[in-house]
Ligand binder design. Structure first.
Ligand code: F6P
Length: 517
């Protein structure tokens, strides 16, 4: 039996502390009053250093939050996930993305009988996948790789291929088609030659309407353009191998129902990335993620970076009432990190009932949004500095760059630092328009360099943070029932668009449908 955060004895104490000292906390005074605030609130973890000191909390709030996490049984929940228990209770499944990056031969956490065969299958599939990835990488006949997938079957590989561009195989271009909007597929296919192209059709279920429609259109284009040998030019990444075969895709790489879509980068869904960075790079990504898994699994809660971030998330969402988190990666390669983390956070924790189906009395997932710095500074950062709302910022910066323009990199880092400083310090003066109130929170996440290993660790960190906050809210972070309703209605409306039947529709939908015919 687990307690939800609001059911713990610490919850009213946190409320009282927030009223007494949390709401009015001033960061400038907090630093003046605590010479070791930076040391206390910064945390090293594998490949990642994070400074949480410029946030609107103090040691007492953190201590209460840690006690609250213990009362919720966070450690037992974490152990249950790693041990392969059915933590995704609404779908009756384990959530074992951590097994995908677990080295072969390492003792398993827990003793469920299916775990050892599952790990053996993971490594057999991984070896085959990476051998194929290296073969494609070495195949000069293939110049273009097109990934067709959506959601978790697109966002992870798309983000990571861009992030690790410095490792990309020379002579290979990567394209991602996710949207049902034919403009996207058309735009990609326009520049391609069938005999030079490899399509990867990525779909856990192989039923997703966007992916199936794009895959069929790509197949039609391939044959129309004189392409031959579908088996060589189309590879399927799916749990549903049979469905792939019916489309003529005989080369398939599988994974398992215990891999959630948004946690699937580490599985066969990672193939575009494996082709881009090679087997060595991909294994290094897995190793970085595994190192963070071990940190999350074994570090004491007070020194556990995913846990500390999750506690801050609870404090902000449920006490300060902040409803969003802005993410600014200060690295152009991490351009799609906000989109990736949006799915991770909001599809996982955008929930309104707890594990027992009870309506929650408190808010859950924040809105996650953002753009790379320094671009964002010249767009929406104005509101972070002077708007009426407090919008916590999370900066992801990279110490060493992989380009020769070192002067640029110094300026980029100075900008990242300046933003977190300016948000905190503000600027006083007589002119109301120039006045910046300061005391605006930010977290600074720092990687030494952007490498496969550090990217793996960064993503794993965020996965565990989302799991930890979801556990404290008492929700199932591994299902996504809300997404299903729109799919059902779209199916109905597609038929109505063809027939013009508006019977039983609300007036707005009926009016729009008539205009769209
Ligand atoms: O629409 C939501 C979703 O189910 C995501 O969770 C998932 O990542 C995506 O669709 C794609 O699903 P699939 O890989 O089965 O095509």
């Amino acid at each position: 039996m687990f307690l939800r955060c609001d059911e713990t004895p610490q919850w009213p104490l946190l409320s009282a502390h927030f009223d007494a000292a949390g709401r009015s906390l001033d960061l400038r005074q907090a630093f003046a009053g605590d010479a070791r605030r930076f040391e206390h609130f910064s945390q090293a973890a594998p490949q990642v250093f994070a400074d949480l000191s410029k946030n609107l909390w103090d040691r007492q709030a953190e201590a209460l939050l840690l006690d609250m996490a213990r009362s919720c049984g966070l450690e037992r929940r974490r152990d249950a996930m790693f041990a392969g228990q059915s933590v995704n209770c609404t779908e009756g499944r384990a959530a074992l993305h951590t097994l995908l990056r677990r080295p072969a031969g390492l003792a398993l956490p827990g003793d469920l009988p299916f775990m050892a065969p599952a790990l053996a299958q993971v490594h057999a599939t991984l070896d085959a996948l990476l051998a194929y990835a290296d073969a494609v990488r070495a195949d000069d006949g293939i110049t273009d790789v097109v990934n067709i997938g959506i959601g978790g079957s697109d966002l992870g590989p798309h983000m990571a291929v861009q992030a690790l561009d410095a490792w990309r195989a020379p002579g290979k271009r990567f394209h991602f088609v996710s949207n049902i909007d034919g403009h996207e597929l058309h735009g990609v296919l326009r520049g391609l030659r069938p005999e030079r192209t490899l399509f990867l059709v990525a779909s856990k279920n192989f039923t997703t309407i966007e992916t199936m429609t794009n895959a069929r259109s790509a197949l039609a284009w391939f044959t129309d353009q004189g392409g031959r040998d579908v088996a060589r030019h189309f590879t399927a990444l799916t749990v549903n191998v049979e469905a792939a075969r019916t489309l003529g895709m005989t080369r398939t790489f599988g994974f398992w129902d215990w891999v959630g879509g948004r946690y699937s980068l580490w599985s066969a869904i990672g193939l575009p990335l494996a082709i881009a960075i090679g087997s060595e790079g991909f294994r290094s990504l897995l190793a970085g993620a595994h190192a963070m898994d071990e940190h999350f699994r074994t570090a004491a809660l007070e020194q556990n970076l995913p846990v500390r971030l999750a506690l801050l998330d609870i404090w902000y969402r449920n006490f300060h009432g902040f409803n969003s988190r802005c993410l600014a990666p200060y690295h152009a390669g991490l351009q799609r990190l906000p989109a990736y983390l949006q799915q991770l956070e909001m599809e996982s924790n955008g929930k309104r009932v707890d594990l027992a189906g009870r309506v929650l009395p408190m808010a859950t997932s924040p809105v996650l949004w953002g753009e790379p710095g320094s671009n964002g500074q010249h767009a929406f950062f104005q509101m972070l500095h002077q708007g009426r709302d407090v919008l916590p910022l999370e900066i992801v910066a990279v110490h060493r760059c992989a380009h020769p323009f070192h002067g640029h990199h110094g300026m980029l880092l100075a900008n990242a630092l300046a933003q977190s400083q300016a948000l905190m310090l503000g600027r006083s003066g007589d002119d109301a328009h120039r006045h910046c109130p300061g005391n605006r929170p930010s977290t600074f996440v720092l990687l030494e360099a952007l490498t496969p290993a550090s990217l793996g660790a960064l993503i794993s960190l965020q996965e565990h943070r989302v799991f930890a906050s979801g556990s404290l809210w008492g929700i199932n972070s591994f299902d996504q029932w809300g997404v299903e309703l729109g799919k059902v209605l779209a199916h109905d409306l597609l038929q109505r668009l063809a027939t013009g039947d508006v019977a039983g529709l609300d007036a707005s939908t009926a009016g729009l449908l008539q205009r769209l015919r």
